[in-house]
Ligand binder design. Structure first.
Ligand SMILES: Cc1cc2nc3c(=O)[nH]c(=O)nc-3n(C[C@H](O)[C@H](O)[C@H](O)COP(=O)(O)OP(=O)(O)OC[C@H]3O[C@@H](n4cnc5c(N)ncnc54)[C@H](O)[C@@H]3O)c2cc1C
Length: 576
């Protein structure tokens, strides 16, 4: 075994999309810097992370300037599309659908990650970055006192000793540095899992399979753009499926579920996948006649984790190595855009001779850990409770995405790409943004729980067609937010009225259902009396923080909700 020693300005561990993007940015800004990527795999495998949204697209096509590549080698994406089902909506044509009626106003893409990661790494090498592959970092010494970092790398049957001024962790979920520093925390408040696979011959939503040969078919005419090119979501209580078309004609299909609300059967991966697919009639329809690509089925048991520190003196983490929340709304590559933009600015300043102060490092750590925490609280906490309900999920989608455009997309396009250094919620006034978002999210959760209780969850899941103009950098975005607010207000009024008068659906429920509703209402009345005896400031506080009703009622509510939710879920599934 031979040992050699070499020095680099920056060593990046991991040559996936985060590692190559960071290397490209650094090399373009500091052409004289010696940059090395150490990548473990000999060639990249199929990966998730196949759909960009507006910030990650902005990063790829305007910061890295790869529009030409993306338009030729990847598929253009036509936004998000959501599908809902209930006992009356068991086919695509009867299901409620939400999505744009026009072409997306800003570019985004459906990615074949295997080719993207290979092409980006090759581009980094072409632009002067050194790449060692297959190579693994076996030992790591990061002194954080200004002395060079030392790494041992196994490559081509030998161990090479290297030192560097900056070491960058781009090892993805392996989170090499965070685990070394003991700073990765799994987020147990959000117990989500995923299974995914790739398929051939998935049903063509825009073809004769679905709407026949008649171009006048009303369902077909309702949406002038390609439905298939969207990221199609098929949602239900506690879960969502994605269908992402890929350039090679295959479709990536996967489910993410909250383990508190959905339990797959025991069995091998394919059995579990088929069982879960069979529980949603629309997914069943999409996959009828499709063939799973051999040996291309994967799973992850627990998705979200926080990383407490994303940089220190002489080291930094980018992409998934800096934390991961949830794939809903496809934010993974956005997080890469934010983290790489911030870390590259720090490293560039240091290598250019400006030095990096302790304060700058602390500010980055504060900003990013607040961003992850607040983003989780505002967007994802308990979201899977209302995901399967048409109007609650639509209102949330309109508000979440409209505000994303306002606070993240608009500043990047209209002000400067330097705004990517500070993600939403990360500045010191981030709490001002957090409070309203967390509030409406919690209201949707509460309303969904009540609907489960009354058996009215998903009552609008059939027959609704989209009429959304799509998000934009202009006034249309305000119209989308206003529409989301109107849907929320309607849901609140209906919810309030349900305390005065039982909803029609609940009244019409079968005998067992009727008794369940009567018992629930009797309990609500008792809870209401308890509410009256609660100090008013407590009630106001709970209302403002989204926990409508006094905290001491919650355990009772929760037990009841859990029981009723289980019964209602059984009912929904049986109906489906
Ligand atoms: C179910 C699911 C669905 C998702 N869907 C989306 C989506 O639609 N859109 C989106 O934006 N994001 C999505 N994401 C997130 C997205 O997959 C990630 O954010 C993205 O892939 C992160 O890229 P990365 O380069 O940080 O990590 P990776 O792509 O995992 O790359 C890490 C690289 O590091 C290498 N490596 C690891 N350890 C070492 C070592 N010791 N030495 C050398 N090399 C090493 C690995 O071989 C690998 O190539 C999804 C995530 C999940 C779990």
């Amino acid at each position: 075994m031979e040992t050699r020693e070499s020095f680099f300005d920056v060593v990046i561990v991991g040559g996936g999309v985060a590692g190559s993007s960071t290397a490209l940015l650094l090399k373009r800004r500091l052409p004289a810097a010696r940059i090395l990527i150490v990548e473990k795999s000999e060639s990249f495998d199929r990966k998730v992370g196949e759909s960009t949204v507006e910030i990650s697209s902005y990063f790829f096509i305007r910061v890295l300037k790869l529009y030409d590549y993306f338009s030729r080698r990847q598929l253009p994406k036509q936004g998000f599309r959501y599908w809902f089902s209930n006992a009356r909506a068991t086919t695509l044509k009867t299901a409620s659908e939400v999505g744009p009626k026009q072409l997306a106003r800003l570019p985004s893409f459906q990615l074949d990650r295997q080719s993207l990661d290979e092409d980006l790494l090759a581009l980094a090498e072409k632009e002067g970055v050194e790449v060692w592959r297959p190579a693994t970092v076996s030992e790591l010494e990061i002194p954080e006192n200004g002395a060079p970092n030392r790494l041992m790398v196994s490559v081509e049957g030998e161990t090479r000793r290297i030192s560097c001024r900056w070491a960058v962790d781009a090892s993805g979920r392996a989170t090499l540095f965070a685990r070394k520093f003991g700073e990765r925390r799994f987020n147990s408040d959000h117990p989500t899992s995923a299974i995914w696979a790739r398929f051939e011959n998935v049903r063509d939503m825009d073809g004769v399979d679905t709407s026949g040969t008649d171009p006048e078919d009303p369902w077909f005419r309702a949406v002038p753009v390609a439905r298939r090119l969207a990221t199609n979501h098929f949602t239900g209580y506690g879960y969502w499926w994605w269908f992402i078309p890929l350039k090679n004609g295959e479709t990536s299909v996967g489910i993410v579920w909250d383990k508190r609300f959905l339990t797959p059967i025991d069995g091998d991966l394919t059995c579990r996948f088929r069982d879960l697919a069979g529980r949603n009639p629309l997914v069943t329809e999409m996959l009828a006649g499709a063939r799973m690509v051999d040996r291309d089925i994967r799973t992850l048991g627990h998705l979200p984790y926080f990383v407490d520190r994303c940089c220190g003196r002489g080291w930094a983490a980018v992409g998934d190595a800096a934390g991961f929340l949830d794939p809903f709304y496809s934010p993974g590559l956005d997080h890469l855009a934010f983290s790489a933009s911030d870390r590259v600015a720090l490293i560039e300043k240091d290598l250019a001779g400006g030095g990096v102060t302790k304060g700058e490092i602390e500010e980055s750590n504060r900003a990013f850990s607040q961003f992850f925490q607040f983003f989780f609280e505002a967007i994802y906490r308990d979201k899977y409770v209302y995901m399967g309900d048409y109007d609650l999920m639509t209102a949330a989608f309109l508000l979440d995405t409209g505000l994303y455009y306002r606070v993240a997309v608009w500043p990047a396009y209209k002000k400067s790409s330097s705004t990517l250094r500070r993600p939403p919620f990360s500045d010191r006034r981030g709490k001002i943004g957090l409070v309203p978002l967390r509030f409406y999210n919690r209201r949707f959760v509460s309303i969904a729980r009540r609907r489960l209780e009354l058996g009215t969850y998903g009552k609008l899941n059939d027959g609704r067609r989209p009429a959304l103009v799509g998000f934009s950098l202009g006034a249309a975005n305000n119209a989308m937010i206003a529409r989301g607010l109107a849907m929320w207000a309607r849901a609140e009024v209906e919810n309030l009225l349900s305390y005065a008068r039982l909803p029609r659906r609940a009244r019409a429920a079968r005998v067992g259902g009727r008794m369940r509703v009567v018992r629930a209402l009797r309990q609500d009345f008792r809870d209401f009396l308890t509410l009256l005896s609660t100090p008013p400031h407590r009630v106001v506080w709970d209302f403002l923080t989204g926990n409508f009703g006094p905290r001491r009622l919650r355990p009772r509510f929760q037990i009841r909700y859990r029981r009723l939710a289980a019964a209602s879920r059984g009912n929904l599934l049986r109906n489906a």
